[in-house]
Design a protein around this ligand. Structure first.
Ligand SMILES: Cc1cc2nc3c(=O)[nH]c(=O)nc-3n(C[C@H](O)[C@H](O)[C@H](O)COP(=O)(O)OP(=O)(O)OC[C@H]3O[C@@H](n4cnc5c(N)ncnc54)[C@H](O)[C@@H]3O)c2cc1C
Length: 382
C-alpha cells in the first residue's frame, strides 16, 4: 500500500491486523444485517472488546492497551470500512472513558470505568437538543439540585447508542440558568434505565445500527455523585476530547470511502456493457481515478492530524480540515459509486447505498461542514 512510507513497521502490522479482524471476524454481511434490521452491534462490540480494541486508548495500568492516537486512527479507519456507523458505535465510548480518567473520582471510575474496561457497559454522549445542535452550549435541559440528587426536566435529541443494553449516558445539562451560556453547564453520568427518562428511537437515514434517540426527561433523579467534575465545568469536559473525536471519525470516513472506491472498482471490472467491462470506458476510469485521489488526500490529512496530536501539538485546524474533507469525500465518492454501479448500487446487498446514506450524515454529525470551515477560517492569520 502506498501509505507504508508514512507508517512504521509496527503501525503497518497493526493496520493489517485491524483490517483482518474486520474482514474475518466482523464481516460486511454482519454489518449489513445490523443496518437493515436497525439492530445494535452487540456481537461486534463483544468481539472487539475480547481483542482489546474497544479499550485500546485506556492506559495499560488500568487494563487497556495504552495506544497512541495514530494506532487508534488506524483502528478507526478499519472499523469504519463497511460502515462508519460501526466505527462510531465502538468509538463513542472512548471519549467518556477519557473523561472519566481525567475528571472522574475514584468512586466514579469504579462504578462506570471499570465495567467498561471489563466489557460490561458502554457510553453514549448527549449534547444536542431539538433547538441546539451546532450551537451546543445553548442546551437548556435543566438539572436542579435537591438534596443529594439533581432533578432533570427537558428533551435531549440525537443521542446515538443510548438505548443499547447497559449504556451510560454522558449528558450535558444546565445547572445554572443565570450564568453565561458556557458556564452554567454540567455533565452527569446517567444509566439509561433511570426512572423518569424515556428513550425513543428515531427512524434516521443513517446510524441505523447504533440507533439514535430522543431522551425525554420528566423529573428524572440523578445522584449528585454522578456529576463529572465541578458544577459549571460541563462545557470544558464535553469539549475536552473534540480533537480526538474528530480525528477518529475522519478516519472512519476514510475507511468507508476507500471501501466504496474498492467496491466500485471491482464492480467496474465485473460488469459488462456493449461487450466489454465498463472499466474500459474512459469516463468511468477517470471518475475512479478522481475518487481514489480524493480518498488518499483525506487519508493524508487524517494521518497528519493524528501525528500532530501524538507529538503533543494543538491540531485544531488540521483535525477540522481532516473531518471536513473526509466527510465530504465520503459523500462524493459514494454518490459516484452508485453512479458506477447503476441500479445495482441501490440495493442493500451492494452496500454502496449504506455508505451513501452514512456519507449524508457525515457532514452533519460531529460538527457540520459549515462549522468546520468556520473553525479553519478562524485559525487563518493575515
Ligand atoms: C444520525 C445522527 C446522530 C447523532 N448523534 C449524536 C449524539 O450521539 N450525540 C449528540 O449530542 N448529538 C448527536 N447528533 C447531533 C449532531 O451533532 C447535530 O445534528 C449537529 O451538530 C448539527 O446540529 P443541528 O442538526 O441542530 O443543525 P443546526 O445546528 O440547526 O444547523 C442547521 C444548518 O445551519 C448551519 N449552521 C448552524 N450554525 C451555523 C454557523 N454558525 N455558521 C454557518 N452555518 C451554520 C449548519 O451547518 C447546518 O447546515 C447526531 C445527529 C444525527 C443526524
Amino acid at each position: 500500500m502506498s501509505f507504508d512510507n508514512f507508517l512504521t513497521a509496527e503501525q503497518q502490522q497493526w493496520r493489517d491486523t485491524c483490517h483482518r479482524v474486520m474482514d474475518k471476524e466482523i464481516t460486511r454481511e454482519y454489518i449489513r444485517e445490523c443496518d437493515m434490521n436497525r439492530q445494535y452491534y452487540y456481537e461486534g462490540f463483544e468481539k472487539l472488546h475480547e481483542l482489546g480494541m474497544v479499550t485500546m486508548l485506556i492506559p495499560e495500568e488500568l487494563g487497556g492497551m495504552g495506544a497512541d492516537t495514530m494506532a487508534y486512527t488506524l483502528f478507526c479507519e478499519a472499523a469504519g470500512k463497511y460502515s462508519m456507523d460501526f466505527g462510531g458505535a465502538i468509538g463513542v465510548s472512548q471519549f467518556t472513558a477519557q473523561n472519566l480518567i481525567h475528571y472522574g473520582t475514584p468512586e466514579q471510575q469504579e462504578q462506570f470505568l471499570q465495567p467498561f474496561i471489563e466489557g460490561n457497559n458502554r457510553f453514549a454522549i448527549s449534547i444536542s437538543e431539538p433547538h441546539s445542535g451546532s450551537d451546543a452550549a445553548a442546551a437548556n435541559t435543566r438539572a436542579v439540585k435537591s438534596g443529594d440528587h439533581y432533578v432533570l426536566n427537558g428533551l435531549k435529541q440525537w443521542c446515538s447508542g443510548s438505548s443499547a443494553t447497559n449504556a451510560v449516558i454522558c449528558m450535558l445539562v444546565r445547572t445554572d440558568p443565570d450564568a453565561p451560556k458556557r458556564q452554567g453547564l454540567s455533565v452527569l453520568l446517567i444509566p439509561n434505565d433511570t426512572p423518569g427518562m424515556e428513550l425513543r428511537k428515531l427512524k434516521t437515514l443513517a446510524r441505523r445500527g447504533t440507533g439514535t434517540n430522543q431522551i425525554f426527561l420528566d423529573r428524572a433523579k440523578v445522584p449528585v455523585e454522578n456529576r463529572l467534575g465541578e458544577e459549571g465545568q460541563g462545557w470544558e469536559i464535553i469539549t475536552n476530547h473534540l480533537q480526538l473525536e474528530r480525528v477518529s471519525i475522519a478516519a472512519s470516513y476514510v475507511g468507508c470511502a476507500q471501501q466504496a472506491v474498492d467496491d466500485a472498482l471491482a464492480y467496474a471490472h465485473q460488469r459488462e456493457a456493449f461487450g466489454q467491462p465498463i472499466f474500459k470506458f474512459q469516463t468511468l476510469r477517470h471518475m475512479l481515478a478522481d475518487m481514489q485521489t480524493e480518498v488518499d488526500a483525506a487519508r493524508l490529512l487524517t494521518y497528519r492530524s493524528a501525528g500532530m496530536m501524538d507529538a503533543g501539538q494543538d491540531a485544531l485546524r488540521e483535525v477540522s480540515m481532516a473531518k471536513l474533507f473526509a466527510s465530504e469525500t465520503l459523500q462524493k465518492v459514494t454518490r459516484q459509486g452508485i453512479q458506477i454501479m447503476g441500479g445495482h448500487g441501490m440495493l442493500p446487498e451492494a452496500d454502496m447505498e449504506r455508505y451513501f446514506r452514512e456519507g449524508m450524515q457525515a457532514t452533519v454529525g460531529g460538527g457540520t461542514s459549515q462549522i468546520q470551515r468556520t473553525i479553519i477560517a478562524q485559525t487563518m492569520q493575515y
